[in-house]
Design a protein around this ligand. Structure first.
Ligand SMILES: Nc1ncnc2c1ncn2[C@@H]1O[C@H](COP(=O)(O)OP(=O)(O)OP(=O)(O)O)[C@@H](O)[C@H]1O
Ligand SMILES: [Mg+2]
Length: 262
């Protein structure tokens, strides 16, 4: 989980409605990524609520949101968003072998869903409000990784490739992975998606950084809705980025294991 963001969502049930509350924790500082995360999730969910009929899946609506009056350098939460709760089961990260068929189908459905998300015609006015550059988010993740210093050349190289990707800009979720998707486990249908804090206007391939094991199914589902729009070079860059992350995470695990021995 990214440092500074609370991954905990408390779902509060009452007789009126169920709500989920997401807190953003970091020292209060407008330049900090967490502030941008908070601001971007509020903006994105607000905009998406006006495209309700075009959305391929349920998205929570904001019931209330606020920036706390936290003091500078305090570790208090900087803000919260209370939103309607999503109720379909959340997809886990681990995919068991027996479930292979179900998950393949789910990857196809996820591909179809994200293609439909990209097809939403966002007005110019709304697009201008979505100020966060989705590539900057990915670059930020790479550069702030705990193993970044030890892998500087590798990161500089992939960052250059990410920045070099071109193409038509559409609305991208930018963190489209199983743990942010709510799925009907029998049909594999994507019922809902959460975590829109990294979303924005960017090229389609940015939503292809996950689904490593079922990439062909994911791409197949996508192309059944939107054929001939994906750029192979950009898909390869995303694949390379995924491999860089895997290396960084493995390095970190190794370092942690060695540190424990000392
Ligand atoms: N509206 C919602 N209704 C129900 N559950 C939700 C809702 N929003 C988020 N969740 C649950 O809370 C988890 C964390 O929320 P979210 O992904 O938005 O936060 P995050 O701080 O970015 O955490 P992470 O780094 O784990 O992705 C989700 O994976 C999901 O299980
Ligand atoms: Mg999440």
């Amino acid at each position: 989980m990214r440092e500074g963001i609370s991954g905990v969502v408390n779902i509060i049930e009452n007789d009126v409605k169920a709500i989920a509350v997401k807190e953003f924790k970091a020292p209060y500082d407008k330049n900090r990524a967490t502030y941008l995360d908070y601001e971007n999730e509020v903006t994105t969910l607000t905009i998406l609520s006006s495209y309700e009929n075009d959305l391929p899946f349920e998205v929570s609506t904001i019931l209330e949101h606020d920036l706390y009056n936290a003091r500078e350098h305090s570790s208090d939460p900087i803000g919260f968003i209370s939103m309607s709760a999503l109720h379909a089961p959340l997809t886990g990260r681990e995919l068991s072998a027996e479930a292979e068929c179900i998950y393949k189908n789910q990857a196809v459905e996820a591909g179809k869903a994200v293609a439909k998300l990209h097809n939403i015609e966002i007005s110019l006015k709304d697009a201008q409000k979505l100020k966060r550059n989705p590539v900057d988010v990915k670059v930020d993740f790479l550069k702030n990784h705990p193993m970044a210093d030890q892998n500087k050349e590798l990161i500089d190289d992939i960052v250059q490739k990410l920045r070099g990707m071109g193409g038509e800009k559409v609305f991208v979720h930018n963190d489209f992975h199983a743990s942010n998707l709510f799925v009907d486990s029998m049909k594999g249908k994507i019922e809902a998606a959460c975590d829109f804090c990294y979303a924005g206007m960017g090229i389609r391939e940015l939503d292809f950084s996950f689904y490593t094991n079922y990439r062909d199914e994911f791409v197949g589902g996508y192309e059944s809705i939107s054929p001939n729009v994906l750029n192979t070079h950009n898909l390869d860059v995303m694949k390379a980025m995924e491999l860089v992350f895997m290396k960084l995470n493995t390095d970190l695990e190794l370092k942690d294991a060695l540190d424990k021995l000392e």
